[in-house]
Design a protein around this ligand. Structure first.
Ligand code: TYM
Length: 331
């Protein structure tokens, strides 16, 4: 079976709807037809200031959420990035092949370093996409399911893979970004021209999966829409309503057309009220399941250990090839 791989950062107390709809749902769907590898990117969590007292707990909570979302630890390798030194080791080799200007063009680096200026940003933040390329290339996956914000990093990954294959020896498979158009960019409920984001969204603009469902329902009901009254999909002129339609459609499996018809002649109040219920019905069992899983940390840690073992079998072989092809003396 071809492989699928993706990662997520443990940088908040909960994943949000953008993470779930943009990425995790696709991870769950793809585990049937591919050999799946999913990991928690704790090395990436060091690229911005972080709280060392929270990181280990957040990593476990992240693992529990992946399982609660439907990742099956029997079929999928679920692991923690820092448990495999191969990620940082391959990243070093790829650093040697990345141009400074090429890394500086990454828009996420520009965004994340904008606040304090480039001088205050860490070298790790600069090298972040190169570590991400290493994460991916180690497993030679066909698909990498992510949201739109990761597209540029995937392009860099393909460039680096091609460069390595050409300069040394064919080693890497060129991975493809797997991005679903409808949910590629879930937007902030209060500012629907921006993406929903743990760092940039206001608390009322973001729905956390582990939030109190009542709070999430309220956020949906007070989401920014527009001065019209018609429920209609039009991302340019009606970004708020279109975002809610995308969320509604993804959670229920109903098409946008079907939803638009169903709300013909009804106002935003009905529409948002119904969506709030849909959201509550989704997050309530999700939250319960996560709490249940977190009650047994020994079992969670065992799942992560088994995941790391599965991952190591693949990653260590790729790294051995890389070290041979770049010409290191092998003992
Ligand atoms: P992270 O942790 O920021 O986000 C995890 C996943 O959620 C997606 N996402 C969204 N999708 C749609 N709408 C949104 N508003 C939204 N917000 C977040 C992200 O695109 C991502 O797929 N660099 C990665 C983690 C990573 C990784 C990797 C991913 C590290 N190594 C290797 C894939 C392969 C990141 O920061 O994701």
């Amino acid at each position: 079976k071809p492989r699928v791989l993706s990662g997520i950062q443990p940088t908040a107390d909960s994943f949000h709807f953008g993470n779930y709809l943009g990425a995790l749902r696709q991870w769950v769907a793809l585990q049937d037809d591919f050999e799946p590898f999913f990991f928690i990117a704790d090395l990436h969590a060091l690229t911005l200031e972080h709280d060392p007292k929270k990181l280990a707990t957040r990593t476990r909570v992240a693992a529990a959420q992946l399982i609660a979302a439907g990742i099956d630890p029997e079929r999928s390798a679920i692991f923690v990035q820092s448990h495999l030194p191969e990620h940082a080791e391959l990243a070093w080799v790829l650093n040697s092949m990345t141009g400074f200007g090429e890394a500086r063009r990454m828009t996420q680096f520009k965004d994340k370093s904008a606040k304090g200026g480039e001088g205050a940003a860490s070298v790790a933040l600069f090298a972040y996409p190169i570590l991400q390329a290493a994460d991916i290339l180690l497993y030679r996956p066909q698909y990498v399911p992510v949201g739109e914000d990761q597209r540029q990093h995937l392009e860099l990954t393909r460039d680096l893979a091609q460069r390595f294959n050409h300069r040394y020896k064919k080693t890497f498979r060129l991975p493809e970004a797997y991005i679903l158009k409808e949910t590629a960019k879930i937007t902030d409920l209060q500012d629907p021209t921006k993406k929903m984001s743990k760092s940039a969204s206001s608390p009322t603009g973001i729905i956390d999966l582990l939030d109190d469902p009542k709070v999430s329902a309220k956020k949906i009901r007070s989401a920014v829409t527009d001065s019209e009254t018609v429920v209609r999909f039009d991302e340019e002129n009606k970004p708020g309503v279109s975002n809610l339609l995308n969320i509604y459609s993804a959670l229920t499996g109903r098409s946008i057309d079907d939803l638009v018809k169903a709300y013909e002649g009804k106002g935003y109040g009905d529409f948002k009220g119904d969506l709030a219920e849909v959201v509550v019905d989704f997050v309530t069992p999700f939250r319960d399941r996560t709490t249940e899983l977190l009650a047994d940390t020994a079992e969670l840690d065992a799942i992560l250990r088994r995941g790391a073992e599965k991952a190591r079998e693949v990653a260590s072989r790729t790294l051995a090839d890389v070290y041979e092809h770049v010409g290191f003396l092998r003992g």
